[in-house]
Design a binder for this molecule. Structure first.
Ligand code: ACO
Ligand code: KIV
Length: 630
């Protein structure tokens, strides 16, 4: 049966005036996701059955018209996935598509195991891959042109006779069309007359140009057999020349009524068309009506969810949904954005569930800082007459400090937590919840001279097992318990029970300062310091027990200074319950000092973000003096 267009809702366009100038192509398009099939052909992508089930559920809830779940004749995992889907509600089963190939050459369709697997999968819709390139039919399949057509039409009519809706993915369609328009036309005719609901034109090698693709799609859409049988024409593009999204949209402009793609553009080689960008552009730029329930506001969360399941770091520059898609760094841009939010944004980020951000760096102007101060809520009291002066003075001091620190190797854009802390430290009445009074780190080691392959045991600096020199075989010479190790001590002063101070309006503002000295062993000095610091803080701030260090990066900034080189340390922290992450940065010629400073920032930030924590300075506590910053 022909595919009915299921659009019922009004266009998702938020700015009809702008859209009317741009309306192109059909008014409606179906969206078809193939992340679970073609997406998993991407290198490094692997999904368990549970992963597939959770992504399938989200894709259905997002409002995709069709979701290709996998190839049941390919592997036990996909077979299992379809078996699990068979007992689902109609809301899910109606959208699920099983993928597979046509019958093999010179066989009977009834005897083909792949085709049988498609039927027994229980899927109500099937997508068949069929070859559209004549030279490939001859060279790859080793079949005649007629047999190539029959492989497709036999399989389509057999599945249709089993009451299954059939899509045909015509692989290499555009290359095949260039090779032989006549064979392409006969193929379209074969699909339509055998009962396919949709033919999907595939740019399998991803090398077609948008204008070619639009023209060839128009030809297919106006094919007499397509028109007569009311067959939907779809498109499936790969990104080998970076055109997959543009090509998909060109096909819609040329009359395609169905678009296939993968969330975040995952897929074989350079990937498939990113369905996230396609949906955003169809809905917000081309005035194409999508099915009921599709809300572009859910695009960012869908994109991040899929990356999370696939264990991929999100692409910060991904159009529409990347964390940098609406981030403004240049001072001139931030200043202009304050005057007119359309000056450096093509849409309101909220339309795709994203947010505008201001990045602080050496390229900032005063307005970047004012904006960030406002974002974190430390922009003073607007009712005070001198507030503007106060804000400008603070912003100027912070800006000067940012530029100075970046000139010696800091990079603040990857360390938002450190930016926030710097701003708070420049704010009236802020004081940190704790201070490190002193610390020490000691390392002792057992090390292998790689040239002579012998093990030396030597005490380097205080503590630990007394060193002894020796010559041993590298592999079995370590005595039990004699591993490379480090020990650190940290003395902190904490403002104890600050929650209670914050809650008590009668409290006189005095504070109980607790000093605590802790020691810890670690795999290295930084590990030992992190453990000792946490140990010293957790009794006052139990919340910190939920905070973990999840990444630690060190970069030497001036190699030529050799062991005296300045070192930049970037640390990522994660709160285990919510999986929230934040980053801090510090630079020093002493890697241990840089690490300690980045650690302190990370824990301080954790406490500030912990909602019950009060950050106002108690009356008897010294305010941070930013006088020295300039
Ligand atoms: C463009 C695309 O993305 S199409 C999808 C590609 N995806 C995959 O291949 C992933 C899943 N694939 C698999 O699990 C396996 O390849 C299977 C189970 C499908 C087949 O495995 P095998 O039976 O071992 O065959 P193999 O993988 O070597 O495939 C080659 C056979 O497929 C045939 N074939 C290739 N393309 C097609 C096609 N479009 N239609 C029908 N048969 C085809 C070839 O002619 C060849 O058959 P022959 O050996 O008789 O000449
Ligand atoms: C089978 C089809 C859809 C395919 O993946 C391609 O041609 O790229």
């Amino acid at each position: 049966s022909p595919l009915s267009t299921v659009s019922k809702s009004p266009s998702r366009l938020k700015n009809p005036a702008e859209a009317s100038a741009r309306v192109v192509g059909p008014k409606q398009a179906l969206i078809y996701d193939t992340t679970l099939r073609d997406g998993t052909q991407g290198e490094g992508i692997s999904m368990s059955v549970e992963d597939k089930l959770s992504v399938f559920d989200q894709l259905v809830k997002f409002g995709f018209d069709y979701v290709e779940g996998g190839w049941p004749g390919s592997n036990p995992k996909d077979k299992d996935f379809f078996a699990r889907c068979a007992s689902m509600e109609d809301t899910h089963r109606d959208k699920l598509v099983a993928f597979g190939s046509t019958r093999r050459k010179f066989t009977k369709v009834e005897d083909d195991k792949q085709v049988e697997a498609l039927i027994t999968s229980g899927a109500r819709s099937v997508c068949l891959v069929g070859k559209a390139s004549l030279s490939q039919v001859e060279n790859i399949l080793g079949a005649t042109p007629e047999e190539g057509l029959l492989m497709i039409s036999d399989t389509v009519s057999y599945l249709v006779s089993k009451n299954i809706k059939v899509f045909v993915d015509l692989e290499h369609y555009f290359d095949g069309y260039l090779e032989s328009p006549d064979y392409a036309s006969r193929l379209v005719e074969a699909c339509c007359s055998s009962g396919a609901s949709a033919i999907v034109l595939c740019d399998t090698n991803g090398g077609t140009l948008p204008w070619e693709l639009e023209t060839f799609t128009k030809t297919a859409v106006s094919h007499p057999s397509v028109v007569e049988n009311k067959v939907t024409v779809g498109v499936h593009c790969h990104n080998d020349i970076g055109m997959a999204v543009a090509n998909s949209l060109a096909a819609v402009k040329g009359g395609a009524g169905l678009v296939q793609g993968c969330v975040n553009g995952v897929g074989e080689r350079t990937g498939n068309a990113d369905i996230v960008s396609i949906i955003g552009t169809l809905a917000l730029k081309m005035g194409t009506q999508l099915s009921e329930g599709v809300e572009t506001e859910n695009l960012t969360s869908l994109s991040r969810f899929v990356d999370e399941v696939l264990n991929r770091a999100p692409d910060q520059a991904q159009p529409y949904v990347g964390s940098a898609a609406f981030a403004h760094k240049g001072g001139l841009h931030v200043s202009a954005m304050e005057k007119d939010p359309t000056s450096y944004q093509h849409i309101d980020p909220a339309l795709v569930g994203n947010v505008r951000r201001t990045v602080v760096s050496e390229l900032s102007g005063r307005m970047n800082i004012v904006k960030r101060l406002q974002e974190i809520g430390v922009d003073g009291n607007e009712d005070e007459p001198d507030n503007k002066d106060w804000l400008n003075e603070r912003a100027t001091a912070i800006l000067t400090r940012v530029k100075k620190l970046e000139s010696i190797g800091y990079t603040f854009e990857g360390a938002d937590a450190s930016v926030k802390l710097m701003m708070l430290h420049a704010t009236k009445r802020y004081c940190p919840p704790f201070r490190v009074l002193d610390y020490s780190a000691t390392v002792w080691d057992q090390f292998i001279d790689s040239a002579s392959r012998v093990l030396y045991k030597k005490k380097k600096t205080g503590g630990g097992t007394p060193g002894k020199w020796g010559v041993n075989a590298a592999s079995d010479s370590l005595d039990e318990g004699e591993r490379a190790t480090a020990r650190a001590t940290v003395k902190v002063q904490s403002l104890y029970e600050r929650d209670w101070i914050a809650d008590d309006p009668e409290h006189d503002g005095s504070v109980e300062k607790i000093e605590r000295l802790e020691v810890a062993d670690g795999n290295g000095p930084v590990d030992a310091l992190a453990l000792a610091l946490k140990r010293a803080l957790v009794p006052s701030y139990p919340f910190l027990s939920k905070v973990q260090l999840t990444d630690y990066k060190v970069r030497i900034l001036d190699n030529e200074a050799a062991t005296e080189a300045a070192t930049r340390v970037l640390i990522e922290f994660t709160e285990t319950e919510t999986n929230r992450k934040w980053n801090t940065v510090s630079v020093d010629r002493n890697v241990i000092s840089a690490s300690l400073n980045a650690l302190v920032d990370g824990y301080e930030y954790a406490l500030l973000e912990h909602e019950t924590f009060c950050m106002l300075c108690p009356a008897d506590y010294d305010e941070i003096d930013i006088g020295g910053w300039e």
